[in-house]
Design a binder for this molecule. Structure first.
Ligand code: B3K
Ligand code: ZN
Length: 880
């Protein structure tokens, strides 16, 4: 039985520990089922803490072997050890003392992948957020910073490499075929950044010279035989190190930086100090097995984890409520890094799509929470799009409000003042307020109020007076636990586009506008521009300067004007996307009501003209061609969703656009770069455009022939998987699709990462009977339920990436997910809870599906013996 599923943690209850940890010295004797851990901790009682206060350490499924105080046994009446805590009384009132704790672990049977576990024969740890307490009793909380020395002892034949944080100190042979290594990390750190790896791995090495001239050894460890797939990750690492020096003046601070790629990992990667552990999906790439998107993800995640060295590790979080302090900021840093390495507007468009697809629904449903939550039951459930992606948007808004110079000053102050601290959002904001002399009190509401603000915009053009008025009004709907909301500070970048396509450069009256940004701080504000030569078109929330929804009556002609003339590429795409979304929403509603669909000719004209416009970047044209997804349309409709009519309407629009532009698409379908594959952004953009065009051309031809020929001719994974996706999405029942799937399977059966794509593409095939295909795949021999990547590819692909298949009206999709969540929860609660969030928007479905979804959720709740992770999600989803 599990324990303590109901405990609620609150931000306002924060209290420092009673004892201060100075150093921790850990010795591991690795063994698959009996790893011995000896932890020697030196501490002292904090000033002002009562002399009879007990030392209370966290644990999770631990058993205490022995306990000593300053090398002597302790009277059993003075301590109590349970699986989840150790408390010791009678400790010295003053001065330093040492506690020695011995525990024994079974990494081999640790299926949660938290704490110390084994993957493919490699010992590996994951401690964020609360995994260290599964290794030994400790103050497992981020505000306890200590200096770690770690010695690892293991059989040499199985563990060629023994790694931990910091710098290598010493190592060599020991008794009985064993060897050892000792690592010392001089930088005080919280337990969640501890890491240990022991295994027989392949290694690639390089080095980096920092801006002050220090040499840093760079090492990436991968499964044997995969070394030649780690080159891109190494290159991305060096570029990240350079970028952080150039853009933020941040230098690396140890002699060595190591990355280990493992195949069983609950998330993308982990920023342990000096020893990052990665899901191998985000390290390994070669042209035959990785797509352009995989390469871009590797670059972004390598950068993200590296950037944590300053934003997360040198400055960490006081408590887990402050998670966005490191995550939102580090996502913002990796976004700008990728924008600098690639095309900035294209990168921004991808971010907007992602935010709207993942964060907006979170904000609009039962799992909504502020960027900095104020309560949680299970912290693992708060590694969310809101904390990460909206958290990044909030940092971006700070930069928009302050401008680049004051933003950099604020960051410099933050690094200088809080280096070595466990900090809070208040500390972070104070640096920007001080550096810029601005009051950020109202702005700080972005951290505490959940929900996506909505801004309604109206304009008034007075031809005789040549004045243009823009009226903005904000609102924010209630979210769970927050029924009343205060007014926010919303920075909205704008432009006034004149009839000839140039931009009006005059300022409106008043002082609520700055550098092309309206500062909306009251409920309603009007901005008046004078001397405007002709009726302008308002381009608002340019570059998505604020993560809000904008409601504005704007004609298709005005949107098309922005799409043609806005000087900001992101705004041009926003206008195109708005027009497409509107059309698709209207068409879906008509389809649901059994009415005829309107002509999509105007939209088709605009899209095809953009596709054919060679003065635009290929990647931008590809983004323009990607119509809003079915889930985007559902989100915009908001309630009474019928996924089938959305699918039908979207297919009809796709087909109309395809037929309208068939000549252009047929030409572009062959425009991918020939010759050797390179993952660079320009070539990737060309492949994306060719792939999008191939999809349209195939639809126009109503034949899988073109995609099948592309599949047979593909000489890299990007083009191979593009072709396979066109077959699976648009011709699911065709013989060609079956043949392509079979050939893919044969070719990649020995390559787990490539095979994940085979699972995912089938999981996302539209249709009422896909759930049966998924049931079949769940039974297939190489479906490994203990591998999170495989589970996410199939079950996650189906539940989060297949609106018609998962939401089949009979409820079969929901029942499948419920059954799998209950089963996976027994082994890996984090993974199970994450999968379940696919149902977070269940209340916006039409009533029949809603009822089916509710029944499935109730069946989970009633399954009994749920983990805190799953019960937290299911309870919140059913509440209200
Ligand atoms: N900090 C880790 C995430 C840990 C998740 C724990 N459930 C990766 C990252 O955001 O960089
Ligand atoms: Zn992170």
């Amino acid at each position: 039985m599990r324990t303590e599923t109901g405990q609620v943690f609150k931000l306002k209850d924060y209290k420092p520990t009673d004892f201060v940890v100075e150093t921790i010295d850990l010795t591991f004797e690795l063994d698959p089922t009996a790893t011995r851990v000896v932890s020697r901790i030196s501490l002292h009682r904090r000033d002002g803490v009562a002399a009879d206060a007990a030392l209370v350490f966290d644990g999770d499924e631990l058993a205490l072997d022995s306990l000593q105080l300053d090398g002597q046994g302790i009277d059993p009446s003075l301590f109590e050890a349970t699986p989840h805590s150790l408390s010791v009384r009678g400790l010295p009132a003053s001065g330093r003392f040492e506690i020695t704790i011995t525990t024994t672990l079974s990494p081999q049977t640790n299926t949660q992948l938290m704490g110390l576990y084994r993957t493919n024969g490699v010992y590996c740890s994951q401690c964020e957020a609360q995994g260290f307490r599964r290794i030994t009793y400790f103050y497992d909380r981020p505000d306890v910073l200590a200096v770690y020395t770690v010695t690892i002892i293991a059989r040499e034949s199985e563990t060629k490499f023994l790694l931990s944080n910091g710098n290598f100190v010493d190592g060599g042979p020991k008794d009985a075929g064993r060897h050892y290594a000792t690592w010392f990390d001089p930088h005080p750190k919280p337990s969640y950044l501890f890491a240990l790896v022991g295994g027989d791995l392949g290694l690639i090495e390089d080095s980096f010279t920092t801006m002050s001239g220090r040499d840093v050894a760079l090492k990436i460890y991968v499964e044997h035989g995969k070394e030649d797939r780690a080159g891109y990750a190494m290159d991305a690492l060096k570029r990240s190190m350079k970028w952080d020096e150039e853009v933020y003046g941040r230098e690396y601070d140890l002699d060595i930086f190591q990355i280990v790629a493992v195949s069983d990992f609950n998330m993308g990667a982990m920023e342990n100090k000096g020893l990052n552990v990665f899901n191998d999906k985000y390290v390994l790439a070669d042209p035959d097995t990785a797509t352009d998107a995989d390469y871009a993800n590797i670059e972004a995640i390598i950068a993200h984890e590296y950037f944590h060295n300053w934003t997360g590790n040198r400055i960490t979080c006081r408590d887990w409520f402050q998670l966005c302090l490191k995550e939102g900021l580090t996502v913002y840093r990796d976004h700008t890094f990728s924008a600098d390495q690639r095309s900035a507007p294209v990168k921004r468009i991808a971010e907007i799509r992602l935010l709207k697809a993942h964060q907006f629904p979170e904000d609009a449903g039962p799992l909504a929470h502020p960027v900095r939550p104020e309560t949680y039951r299970e912290i693992n459930n708060f590694y969310t799009a809101t904390v990460y992606e909206k958290g990044s948007e909030v940092v971006r808004m700070i930069r928009t409000i302050l401008g680049p110079d004051d933003f950099r000053k604020g960051m410099d102050l933050y690094f200088e003042r809080h280096d070595g601290d466990a900090a809070t959002i208040e500390d972070f904001l104070a640096c920007f307020a001080e550096a810029s002399g601005r009051d950020l009190k109202q702005f700080a509401l972005w951290y505490s109020q959940a929900g996506t603000p909505s801004v309604s915009v109206s304009t008034d053009w007075n031809e005789p007076k040549k004045t243009f008025k823009v009226t903005l009004e904000q609102s924010l709907a209630p979210t769970p636990g927050q029924s009343r909301k205060a007014l926010m500070h919303i920075p909205l970048a704008y432009g006034l586009i004149l009839p000839d396509g140039t931009e009006f450069d005059g300022q409106p009256s008043g002082n609520e506008t700055e550098n092309g940004v309206f500062h909306l701080t009251r409920r309603k504000q009007t901005f008046t521009f004078s001397g405007v030569p002709g009726r302008p078109v308002l381009s608002i929330n340019r570059g998505f300067s604020a993560p809000v929804t904008v409601a504005m009556e704007q004609s298709d002609a005005d949107l098309a004007h922005i799409a043609r003339h806005d000087s900001d590429g992101v705004a041009r795409w926003q206008a195109l996307n708005e027009q497409a979304t509107r059309h698709l929403v209207a068409a879906s509603k008509l389809c649901r009501d059994g009415r005829n669909l309107p002509s999509a000719k105007d939209l088709a004209e605009l899209l095809v003209a953009t596709a054919a416009n060679e003065s635009l970047e290929s990647a931008f044209r590809a983004q323009a061609l990607a119509l809003p997804a079915e889930s985007d349309i559902a989100r915009e409709i908001g309630s009474n969703i019928d996924p089938d009519s959305i699918h039908k309407a979207r297919e009809a629009v796709l087909s109309e656009v395809a037929r309208f532009g068939v000549a252009v698409f047929a030409r572009l379908a062959d425009s991918a770069p020939k010759g050797d594959y390179s993952p660079n952004a320009e070539d990737a953009g060309k492949r994306a455009l060719a792939g999008a065009a191939m999809a349209y051309a195939s639809i126009a031809e109503s034949s899988p022939g073109r995609a099948k020929a592309a599949f047979d001719a593909a000489d890299n994974m990007t083009m191979l998987s593009q072709a396979l996706q066109v077959l699976a999405q648009s011709f699911p029942a065709a013989g060609e699709t079956g043949e392509a799937l079979a050939s893919f399977k044969t070719r990649f059966s020995g390559d787990p990462l490539a095979l994940d794509k085979w699972y995912a593409v089938q999981a996302m095939m539209p249709g009422d009977d896909t759930w049966e295909r998924v049931e079949g795949l769940l039974e297939s021999e190489d479906f490994d339920r203990s591998n999170p990547n495989r589970v996410r590819a199939l079950i996650g692909g189906f539940s989060a990436g297949n609106p018609t298949g998962f939401n089949v009206a009979s409820g079969a999709g929901y029942r499948l997910l419920a059954r799998e969540v209950i089963d996976i929860d027994k082994r890996n609660p984090q993974l199970a809870a994450r999968l379940l969030t696919a149902m977070r928007s269940w209340r916006s479905l039409e009533t029949g599906r809603q009822e089916q979804a509710r029944l499935a959720l109730v069946s989970i709740r009633e399954a009994g013996d749920l983990s805190p992770d799953v019960s937290d999600i299911v309870d919140r989803m059913l509440a209200g």
